[in-house]
Design a protein around this ligand. Structure first.
Ligand code: ADP
Ligand code: MG
Length: 244
């Protein structure tokens, strides 16, 4: 049994008086896909952001690949390099081409030379089905294409884990499918993934495990067919009934 890729232990996070995360314990194995669901304001984004220390936990520990990222002496940049993150907003640089959006962080953060960074960029653009958009600017792409570029940009950093925070929530419905298809193929390749999403069909099909959060705690977790198909808790049933 290998140690978990992500381990969250006794995690609390408060913003002032607002006690948002109230004791989260969660382990994610290498290659596992965990979908996090729950109502708005339940702390899903805060949990993801605590995993890569975009937010500093108030209490508790987070380990990624065996390194305690909450250790005050940890090299936080080295930790973040191992964690890819994709947000609802794609945050591409509008003045740079698609390829330049992918090469810039590789060169700045990993110190790759131009040719190496361009090779990696091309490979990852092909991986998300956008090889032909290498020279385009983001404004010439659909929202779904921009989000796939954002995924390719994260992958170009060779992350050990990928965190997704509602990656399809800002997209027109007809553009959601292509982004989910890219995520599905990543999951099949064995990427360790933590995905906050409202796409229940994606969670059912792709997740190894679904975690339902409410009020800053994990209310229940288990196989998707169990949590989504036959929830044990009233709060989970109530949440799911409102999505239909
Ligand atoms: P979810 O992603 O489940 O909708 P969030 O984690 O975004 O929930 O937010 C949970 C709570 O934490 C909300 O009450 C929100 O207002 C608060 N919160 C999140 N981020 C911050 C922040 N940077 N500063 C203050 N409050 C925050
Ligand atoms: Mg959120």
């Amino acid at each position: 049994m290998t140690s978990p890729e992500i381990r969250v232990q006794g995690l609390h996070k408060s913003f002032g008086d607002n006690h948002v995360l109230r004791g989260i314990d969660l382990e994610i194995a290498q290659g596992e896909v965990v979908c996090v669901i729950g109502p708005s304001g339940s702390g899903k984004s805060t949990l993801l952001r605590c995993v890569n220390l975009l937010e500093e936990p108030t209490e508790g520990q987070v380990f990624v690949g065996g390194t305690e990222v909450t250790d005050p002496d940890v090299d936080i940049d080295a930790v973040r390099r191992r964690i890819g993150m994709v947000f609802q907003q794609f945050n591409l640089f509008p003045h740079l081409s698609v390829t330049e959006n992918l090469t810039l962080p590789q060169r700045r953060v990993l110190g790759r030379d131009k040719a190496a960074a361009e090779r990696v960029a091309a490979g990852n653009l092909a991986r998300v089905g956008l090889a032909e958009k290498a020279d385009a600017h983001p404004s010439a792409l659909s929202g779904g294409q921009q989000q796939r570029v954002a995924i390719a940009r994260a992958l170009a950093m060779d992350p050990e884990v990928m965190l997704f925070d509602e990656p399809t929530s800002a997209l027109d419905p007809e553009l959601v499918g292509d982004v989910l298809a890219v995520m599905r193929s990543l999951a099949r390749e064995g990427m360790t993934m933590m995905v906050v999403t409202h796409e229940m069909s994606f969670a059912r099909e792709v997740a190894d495990r679904v975690v339902f959060m409410d009020g800053g705690v994990i209310v229940e977790e288990g196989r998707p067919e169990q949590v989504i198909g036959a929830p044990r808790h009233e709060r989970t049933r109530h949440f799911l009934s409102r999505l239909l």
